[in-house]
Design a protein around this ligand. Structure first.
Ligand SMILES: Nc1nc2c(ncn2[C@@H]2O[C@H](COP(=O)(O)OP(=O)(O)OP(=O)(O)O)[C@@H](O)[C@H]2O)c(=O)[nH]1
Ligand SMILES: [Mg+2]
Length: 311
């Protein structure tokens, strides 16, 4: 979770932010505004997910009975900002619980008049109560609330295939210049209900003999191919099959046909033939990806997640 925003409906100014936790959420005014605006389009008490370009949000809209509001209730929206690798559905129950706590707090509607009547001590007190509730909620939810399993993934492939770039894309949603991996990088990130620990090995010749050391305990194999360099497919095939022969047959294999944004990039069928994937005796899948544009990444890791759920 990255933070919480409570939006409410002000009679004069319309939908706006009442409070956030933590106080210093790194959003622009426009981004706050976009979240507040969700209040204008939802009219039923409900949980819903909304994806903005800056973040995913898990939201709950509700109406709190109010003696001061014209319609007899305050319209409020609680939005949780979450990273795109987290499953927003996991927030439904915690949010319902939070709403129940808010509703059970006597006269909590007064908190929504903080900006119009902050000099009223009753209002200031209720605002503080609401703030404390949100703070406790935020702090009581351990990082691991949505994590069911820690899973080790082994990512391998020839040098320059894009292993490190892809791992950065899926874990941090960034694409930046990389340098060749010397030995190994370990990336830790959450994806859906999994905590993935990715062993991203260096693909240069001198590191390949160490690969099998890091296979141990992996639950899925991810082989990355630079789909724009067909002249290297035979070499890729040799390295892939070496690992397949030293790994457990039950481990699923995901092949990433990377650099799909480049002109010379080949279709998946070419890779299937070049790597002899049809000879495989295990669950496998191929996806055309681009670490640069983000294409295919979600599909690819969703497939891994689906495989892991079945085991
Ligand atoms: N156009 C394009 N370039 C990419 C893509 N993915 C990676 N690259 C570039 O390819 C080069 C190698 O990428 P890395 O991610 O370092 O490759 P690697 O497989 O980790 O390489 P080693 O660590 O040496 O094994 C870098 O210059 C990347 O910017 C992609 O999807 N599209
Ligand atoms: Mg690398």
């Amino acid at each position: 979770m990255l933070g919480i925003i409570i939006s409410y409906f002000d009679m004069i100014e319309g939908s706006k932010t009442l409070l956030t936790y933590p106080d210093n959420l790194a959003l622009t005014e426009n981004q706050f505004h976009q979240i507040n605006k969700l209040l204008d389009v939802i009219f039923e008490k409900s949980f819903f997910i909304h994806r903005f370009d800056f973040s995913n949000t898990a939201n709950y809209y509700t109406e709190i009975p109010s003696k001061w509001a014209r319609g007899g209730h305050e319209s409020i929206l609680i939005s949780i900002l979450i990273s795109f690798t987290e499953n927003p559905e996991n927030w439904k129950e915690p949010l319902e619980e939070l709403i129940a706590h808010i509703e059970q707090t006597p006269d909590i509607y007064k908190a929504f008049y903080y900006f119009t009547s902050s000099s009223d001590p009753k209002v200031a007190k209720k605002f503080q109560e609401l703030k404390d509730l949100i703070k406790n909620f935020y702090e009581s939810i351990p990082e691991t609330i949505t994590i069911q399993r820690i899973v080790k993934l082994f990512i391998f492939g020839l040098d320059r295939a894009g292993k490190t770039s892809l791992t950065k894309r899926v874990s941090e949603n960034i694409y930046e210049q990389t340098s060749p991996t010397l030995w190994l990088n370990v990336h830790n990130f959450q994806f859906q209900n999994f905590q993935f620990v990715c062993f991203d090995v260096g693909g240069q010749q001198q590191f390949r003999s160490f690969w099998t050391n890091y296979l141990h305990n992996s639950e899925a194999l991810i082989f990355v191919v630079d789909g724009s360099t067909p002249e290297r497919f035979p070499e890729a095939k040799i390295e892939l099959w070496k690992i397949l022969q030293s790994s457990h047959n039950g481990l699923p294999l995901l092949v990433l046909n990377n650099k799909a944004d480049l002109a010379g990039h080949v279709k998946n069928e070419k890779i299937i033939a070049a790597l002899a994937l049809n000879n495989l005796n295990r669950s496998w899948h191929i996806v055309a990806t681009s670490a640069k544009s983000g294409q295919g990444i979600n599909e690819a890791f969703n497939w891994v997640a689906e495989q892991l759920k079945r085991r």
